[in-house]
Design a binder for this molecule. Sequence first.
Ligand SMILES: CC(C)(COP(=O)(O)OP(=O)(O)OC[C@H]1O[C@@H](n2cnc3c(N)ncnc32)[C@H](O)[C@@H]1OP(=O)(O)O)[C@@H](O)C(=O)NCCC(=O)NCCS
Length: 465
Amino acid sequence: MASGPDIRARVPGATIDDVGDGLLLRHARPEDAEAVAALNADVHRANDEAGPDERIASWTRDLLLRPHPTMTPAHTLVVEDTATGDIASTLVLIPQTWTFGGVPFGVGRIELVSTARPYRRRGLVRRQMEEVHRWSAASGDLAQAITGIPWYYRQFGYEMTLHLGGERQIVLPRQPTGPTVVAVDSVATADATPDDRPGYNVRPATLADVPALIAIDDHAQRRGLISCVRDAAAWRYHLDTSGQDGIAAWDIRVVTARDGSVVAYLIADGTPSGDRLQVVRLETGPSTPWVEIISPILAWANERAGELSRDARTTVDVVSLELGPDHPVYPLLSGRVLRSRRPYAWYVRVPDVPAFLRHVRPVLERHLAASPAAGFTGDVTLSTYREGVTIRLRRGVIEAVEPWPAPDVTASARFPDLTFLRLLTGWRDLDELEHAFPDCFVRDEHRAVIAGLFPRRDSWIWPLD
Ligand SMILES: CC(C)(COP(=O)(O)OP(=O)(O)OC[C@H]1O[C@@H](n2cnc3c(N)ncnc32)[C@H](O)[C@@H]1OP(=O)(O)O)[C@@H](O)C(=O)NCCC(=O)NCCS
């Protein structure tokens, strides 16, 4: 499902195009790793950072030097200045599979987009975006996605939609000086120690845990509308740290029950800095309620914070939970929340909306069946002013989805620019769009069916890096 096979076959380093001024667009090769890492680390540093961003350098090296589950060095594009041999610009396509209500679809994730200062505003990124959009389409992807700087990617057909980032910081209980004391929380067992947790243990994940990790993710995916799928190869990539640049490594832990079975997992930053322990993923399987594992997880966080405090000679007493705007553990930790940071958004591009709607038809029918418009018969026409789509429904079944090349004011609903993507991804509902955009119109007679097909449903993407 994920894109890439044609690119995987390309020769690393092969030239794609002469882009003028002595600049060559070509596939990257492993030998480019240090130069591309240096460029990325330089231009992606945060405003307040004096030096290059070592995490970005490390991620870049990983993508160019380690065997990756879905990409090769040829998935990185570089523009080389043939006069100097310098890398003028670069970006990378990381093919992956996401699901929409359980239906998998290919996504081309574009990242590490950089142009060296002397080469900016000459259209080098525009040229590379066209190239990777072509690759992604040729391999059957139905969408592209980017975590990117404000506004910039809108000009390449992207809409900001789907939550990205954000955090809840929680305060850890005071670290013990004697034997470890498990967090006393409203839901945790007071005065518990690691040995009398209700049978749960937290340990580093191993390759043998891969089937359990996949099963837990399968369960977790049902919580949101859209998520990223990790197969065994992707999990092995995360877990096999040999050859991995340590700075980008994750600390993957599983929670086991008394019988040793894996019931939940969490992922923390492998090399945290400052006073915070960062947790980027926390999921439990179908048989283990959150209220049962919150206590052992807090106990683990407390122990880990103690280790980090000793190593770094600082006090790590805050856990930064980067788990999306809405996660089942948040209500269980509400008494500990120090501060919250609201999420940013993914950029998503869906170049062929009718094709996407056709692909996810069973999910849309399920949505409709669960709504007051269940069993609807008729045509629903959606206009984005320049283009449109007709959805033909018969007794709640989508019989056809057809492009409507010249939409007019008779449309069931009109959405300016790419705002329909916000509805499609469940990020916003009709009322929110109408509130935000005075040129979004919905016909009363079709309001219930459109709201039924496209309900608001939160998603949280943990993408393949
Ligand atoms: C943002 C960045 C990647 C742009 O690279 P570039 O090679 O200059 O981009 P392009 O010239 O292809 O840009 C395409 C268009 O956007 C315009 N543009 C360039 N930088 C822009 C910016 N920061 N904001 C808005 N428009 C911009 C260009 O003028 C061009 O317009 P045109 O096609 O109408 O002439 C580059 O400035 C950079 O590396 N910045 C620092 C790192 C960064 O922020 N990367 C993106 C992280 S997601």
